[in-house]
Design a protein around this ligand. Structure first.
Ligand SMILES: C[S@@+](CC[C@H](N)C(=O)[O-])C[C@H]1O[C@@H](n2cnc3c(N)ncnc32)[C@H](O)[C@@H]1O
Length: 165
């Protein structure tokens, strides 16, 4: 799957946790996480967050997927390597060429379309459709919509779209 506009990594790590906790262990899960901004990507790939960023997570989830910092790292958590192993962080400008060849089963592009004008959103929806395998999924943000931008997706739930063919 692809997290397009992953910012500091919360999105791809949350998806990785959800997948590892819910799909059969022999599934080959690979997540590509991209962003324009190399600074946020550095934070994302380090996977170190202050404890307040994860305070809403159940204690069991915290224990399983994060390590608590000690002494000079007190007050911080670091994601466990099992999560980092399935995520590849890369710099990518959505406005330029996309070098990926494979087809994705899911694309998350939450709270990214908001940056673009109507014409660009239409173009991005078309390009996302080309990158998805048949009947695969596109997730966008709660304040976003593909209404009147694309006829290649059906709306399944408020932020969840499925490719038509
Ligand atoms: C509001 S954040 C969304 C983060 C994440 N998807 C979420 O919902 O938690 C938007 C991200 O889009 C990235 N972005 C903006 N324009 C971009 C572009 N042209 N190409 C790639 N990423 C872009 C920004 O750098 C930022 O990290």
């Amino acid at each position: 799957m692809w997290s397009a506009g992953c910012s500091t990594g919360e999105e791809p790590y949350s998806i990785a946790i959800t997948l590892l906790e819910n799909v059969p262990s022999d599934w080959d899960i690979k997540i590509l996480a991209t962003d324009l901004d190399t600074n946020v990507l550095r934070t994302a790939s380090d996977g170190v967050y202050t404890e307040d960023r994860v305070s809403d997570l159940p204690e069991e989830t915290l224990k399983q997927w994060f390590m608590r910092g000690k002494s000079s790292q007190a007050g911080q958590v670091k994601v466990r390597s099992q999560l980092q192993q399935i995520i590849q962080f890369k710099q990518l400008n959505l406005m330029q060429d996309w070098p990926m060849k494979g087809q994705f089963d899911f694309i998350f592009c939450r709270n990214v379309l908001i940056y673009f004008d109507r014409e660009t959103k239409t173009m991005l929806a078309k390009r996302y459709a080309q990158m998805l395998s048949s009947r695969s999924w596109l997730f966008i943000g709660h304040s976003e919509s593909l209404n009147q931008l694309s006829n290649e997706f059906e709306l399944v739930a408020c932020t969840s779209y499925r490719k038509n063919t």
